[in-house]
Ligand binder design. Structure first.
Ligand code: HEM
Length: 288
């Protein structure tokens, strides 16, 4: 990644580097790598609470996923803004990046996918009432997908900055709202009730929107919008995979026990995983 570091030592070298050149070892302060990556900060944020050697990978996997959630929120906010400006190339580029990032996010289940109940029990108690359910960045990610919910703000009442960011996201159009607005501007009959919906409420599927997607997919007039529909379908499928991989890991690690966050555990997660992202993009397929 040295070529991406704007003010790094490498950037100061002449363009034509000699073949026997060695890396620069001479820095007066912290290295330019550290100044950019903040690796020293990042690698001192892991504070396991038990003596169990398996806890670190649970904590780091959770932190890694939080970072991917942050990247995904950035990509989908970029895409939503670009759609608002009718800038489809920028939106498409952000969505395409997000597909690879979602794939990497999902791959990061690997270290936890085979956790046994005994292994999980070795440190479960130190988690107390802590649960991924309380992840504010995951909630922002869900809001962007149209899964809005005012009650999901409640756990964050005690953290004003997090609460305010989430409240702002709750009232902003989701990525899917921006897609539907674009379809309407392109002359497709998206109902007014959908366009003027209460943005803080969960997106409810509409038969008219389903018909718009079915028409788009059946015809060949607007290939650009069909390509957008397929990118969104890829996003939806990869989110569904994350939820199902989480469900499978949870079932293996704790069977039918209650979750640390107080829910019924697997039974609760099953209901969450059954929710469809961008619903009409799936149901429209029956009518093409
Ligand atoms: C194998 C380890 C894991 C187990 C056993 C597990 C278990 C659970 C359970 C039972 C819930 C339901 C709420 C509750 O009562 O706590 C939940 C929710 C959640 N977990 Fe995990 N989890 C695991 C790993 C992770 C990791 C690594 C992340 C990454 C951040 C994560 C993120 C979430 C999120 C975002 C929710 C809320 C889902 C929603 O609102 O639909 N979990 N987890």
């Amino acid at each position: 990644m040295s070529h991406e570091v704007p003010q790094g030592a490498h950037a100061q070298r002449p363009v034509e580097t000699q073949e026997d050149a060695e890396p620069n070892l001479d820095f007066t302060g912290t290295t330019p790598y550290e100044d950019y990556v903040r690796a020293d900060v990042l690698t001192h944020l892991q504070k396991p609470l038990s003596d169990d050697p398996g806890e670190l990978v649970f904590l780091v996997t959770t932190q890694v996923m939080e970072l991917w959630f942050t990247v995904l929120v950035h990509e989908w906010e970029t895409a939503a803004r670009a759609l608002r400006d009718d800038d489809l190339p920028t939106a498409t580029a952000a969505l395409k990046r997000s597909l690879r990032e979602l794939t990497a996010l999902n791959a990061s289940w690997t270290p936890l996918a085979g956790l046994t109940p005994a292994q999980f029990n070795s440190y479960r108690a130190v988690l107390g009432d802590g649960s991924g359910f309380q992840s504010a960045m995951y909630r922002r990610l869900e809001f962007l997908l149209g899964e809005k919910s005012t009650s999901m703000l409640a756990p964050h009442r005690g953290a004003p900055r997090v609460h305010d960011e989430l409240a702002k996201a709750l009232h902003e159009p989701s990525l899917y709202d921006e897609v539907l607005r674009l379809l309407a501007r392109r002359g497709h009959p998206v109902p007014g009730a959908v366009l003027e919906r209460d943005l803080s409420a969960r997106y409810e599927p509409s038969p008219e929107v389903e018909a718009v997607w079915a028409d788009l997919y059946a015809g060949d007039q607007d290939a650009e919008l069909v390509r957008l529909g397929e990118l969104l379908t890829d996003v939806a499928e990869l989110v569904w995979r994350w939820r199902n991989d989480h469900l499978a890991a949870t079932r293996r690690a704790m069977g039918g026990k209650q979750g640390t966050g107080g829910s019924a555990g697997v039974a609760w997660l099953e209901k969450r995983a059954a929710k469809t992202v961008f619903p009409e993009l799936w149901t429209a397929r029956s009518h093409v």
